[in-house]
Write a protein that binds this ligand. Structure first.
Ligand code: ATP
Ligand code: MG
Length: 392
């Protein structure tokens, strides 16, 4: 029965010039989300409102599902848009809307009229009362409840008249593209896709980098990361994924450094390489899925050691989350089932039985000197040979 949706979005912090940027980004992301949906849609901006109108048949659930992936959307209202052809016509439209939308009429309601167009000949209160009367006349089972109605019948008098009674929650946040870009270190695990989701939710566009170690890690492990990126891309738009061959670096560190420091030193090289790509593509920060104390490489000391090699900020949105909370989020956003597929990760191949949990920076720095200039060559090669996959 619906041919249009009214999109509600947050307004805090989007005054003045920012408002246009916010709205334009939101329209762009809506278009992106609707691209794979069958049907033709027209998206328009109008006085602090965004409307999506279908110009052809479409699948209602599919449209809703797609819109629920668009950050910046606070509410999705299936709306009936009608021309203003006098009060009687309006009353007819409202009654017919309720009739179709609510087959079971044993409901309480309240009419809430707003006149964005003040030239409308009746004041809002009068419209409320008059529409209420018409509804009661039409449906014997419906009753008025002004305090706690089952349905709030919104009637907004604008260019066209908007009739709606449902606000389906959107994901909130800010449209991707309104807050710069970040480089996500994306592994095949549970945490990093969730970290990417959380930062993107604040309007940040996401690029990603994945380190693999062929032949120790398989093509399927890589495919899993691409699949995870694809799920995250449903929310963020296309992701440029760099796939870095990390085998030589990892083997070389294994050969030259104490084994209990391997993970930390490896992570420092991951960060260095990720930062290189971030600079190249004008990302403003690195993003990881770390949380304090989750594993040996995520103690406060280990995080400090990893951080030391970065000059750009490292965003760790899961820093205070328990594993269970992260799992719940990953189920909610749809990455969990893919994350738990059992393919090997490059970090787990050479891990020590007893990795240091309180690495001293001094010790780590000294161990790294054993790597000499050769490691710089290897880093250079890893950067030069990285593959770029555009994931959408
Ligand atoms: P995840 O579930 O995200 O894999 P984890 O609990 O396995 O996290 P670690 O392996 O210590 O934790 O990795 C911590 C973070 O480092 C990850 O969240 C991710 O951001 C990054 N990371 C780890 N391994 C890789 C990799 N192979 N490629 C890219 N980033 C990685
Ligand atoms: Mg991992």
């Amino acid at each position: 029965m619906f041919k249009a949706f009214l999109i509600k979005y947050g307004e805090i912090g989007i005054k003045g010039k920012n408002r246009h940027l916010f709205e334009d980004a939101l329209v762009r992301q809506i278009k992106y989300a609707l691209k794979p949906v069958e049907g033709e849609f027209q998206i328009s901006k109008e006085q602090g409102r965004i409307y999506i109108e279908a110009l052809s048949d479409f699948d209602y659930d599919e449209v809703l599902e797609s819109l629920q992936h668009v950050f910046g959307i606070v509410g999705i209202c299936p709306v009936v848009l009608t021309e203003d052809e006098g009060f009687d016509k309006l009353a007819e439209d409202v009654v017919s809307y309720l009739d179709k939308r609510y087959p079971d009429k044993r409901l309480t309601f309240k009419v809430n009229t707003r006149r964005a167009r003040k030239s409308y000949p009746m004041p809002s209160m009068e419209v409320n009362a008059a529409l209420g009367e018409r509804i009661l006349e039409a449906f014997a089972d419906m009753k008025v409840d002004v305090h706690n109605p089952d349905i709030l019948v919104n009637v907004e008098i604008r260019g066209k008249i908007n009739i709606y009674s449902e606000i389906i929650p959107g994901p909130g946040g800010m449209p991707v593209g309104t807050n710069g870009k970040g480089m996500l270190l994306l592994s095949g695990g549970i945490d990093s896709p969730v970290a990417g989701y959380m930062i993107a939710k604040r309007g940040v566009k996401i690029d990603a980098v994945y380190f693999h170690a062929p032949p120790y890690t398989s093509e399927r492990a890589k495919q899993k990361v691409v699949d995870l990126a694809r799920i995250v891309a449903k929310y963020t738009g296309p992701i440029y994924l760099k796939v870095v061959n990390f085998t030589d670096i990892q083997m070389y560190i294994y050969e030259k450094c104490p084994h209990d420091e391997l993970t930390i030193i490896m992570r420092r090289y991951m960060m260095r390489i990720a930062e290189h790509f971030a600079n190249e593509t004008e990302s403003l920060g690195l993003i990881t899925g770390e949380s304090i104390g989750q594993v040996a490489s995520q103690t406060m000391q280990s995080l400090a050691a990893t951080d030391e090699v970065c000059t750009m900020p490292v965003y760790r949105p899961l820093i205070g989350f328990d594993k269970q909370e992260i799992i719940e989020l990953s189920k909610k956003i749809g990455t969990f089932e893919t994350s738990i597929l059992p393919y090997e990760d490059c970090c787990t191949i050479f891990v020590a039985k007893h990795p240091v949990t309180k690495p001293s920076l001094k010790v780590i720095r000294r161990s790294e000197t054993h790597l000499g200039e050769q490691i710089d060559e290897m880093v250079k090669t890893a950067i030069e040979t990285a593959e770029t996959i555009i994931v959408k």
